[in-house]
Design a protein around this ligand. Structure first.
Ligand SMILES: [Cu+2]
Length: 278
């Protein structure tokens, strides 16, 4: 986990507090005691429908009836919000939300990347967690484009070619599948933005096509003062390949990084890949 400058997140939160303060009647008591703060340990697991996630086993089948095995599952998530429980009587929707501009890299093969910790979360109840799958346009920049991700081996390995717009992959999901001929061949699902920069094959795109998206998962989370709350989300890998559209490895086996149709399919299928496992 890596915390970057939080300033741009503070501005709207501060504005919300000011507006909330001035917009409130006597029912809102700004002098009520500070509820304190706790930590939330957010874990990212994986599964494939009702099967456990096991690497390198030809044991999964997607909605297009591709039999497959996963050899690599690496992704980046960022810009987290815990949505405060709001009573139906309250007029203040976002006032108690907690936001963090953290970025987290997860490699399913590296247990050290399983969790990230959100610190200084106000005590209270939270109904939803949301975050960006991948990196938004402000964050998805190479170091020499003004980006601020650390130049660790993990992030460097997620870099996206400069001639294709730079920045980072959102996800690499790779493995083997049994193709239409019955041969076992590789697949590579790589997601990210596309902006061809004077590229010999793809020319020059006038503007980037971003494919990050927001994930929102219902949760039942209570944070207590000084406490540590655990929240585990599981990526159901098969959800990448269905609902609303089938993603067939025979159609898109590899080389999808600059394929707008493949990126659009994955972006459309992605928002429901995570479920709470608590
Ligand atoms: Cu790639």
């Amino acid at each position: 986990m890596f915390s970057r400058r939080n300033m741009r997140r503070f501005a709207p939160a501060f504005l919300g507090i000011v507006l909330g303060f001035y917009g409130c009647g006597d029912d809102d008591n700004p002098s009520s005691p500070d509820p304190g703060e706790g930590d939330v340990v957010l874990a990212f697991d994986a599964r494939v429908d009702d099967q456990a996630f096991t690497m390198n086993q030809m044991m999964y089948t997607n909605a297009s009836s591709n039999e497959y095995a996963v050899k690599t599952l690496q992704f980046i998530v960022s810009d987290f919000t815990l949505h405060a429980h709001v009573s139906p009587k309250s007029a203040h929707d976002d006032e108690g939300d907690f936001t963090s501009a953290a970025v987290h890299y997860r490699d399913a093969a590296d247990p050290a990347t399983r969790t990230m910790t959100l610190t200084d979360v106000p005590a209270g109840e939270y109904d939803f967690v949301s975050f960006t799958f991948g990196l938004d346009e402000e964050d998805n920049l190479d170091p020499d484009q003004g980006g601020s991700l650390p130049q660790t081996d993990d992030y460097e390995a997620m870099r996206w070619p400069a001639s294709w717009g730079g920045g980072y992959h959102y996800m690499k999901c790779e493995g083997d599948f049994v193709d239409a001929n019955g041969d076992t061949v590789t697949f590579a699902v790589h997601t990210g933005k596309r902006q061809a920069m004077n590229d010999g094959t793809f020319g020059t795109d006038a503007a980037p096509s971003h494919h990050f998206f927001e994930v929102t998962v219902p949760i039942d989370l209570e944070v207590t003062d000084g406490g540590t709350a655990d929240l585990t989300l599981a990526m159901n890998v098969n959800e990448w390949f269905r609902d609303p559209a089938a993603y067939d490895f025979d159609v898109y086996p590899r080389m999808v990084m600059m394929n707008l149709a493949a990126q659009a399919l994955l972006m459309g299928n992605g928002p429901d890949v995570f479920d709470p496992t608590q």
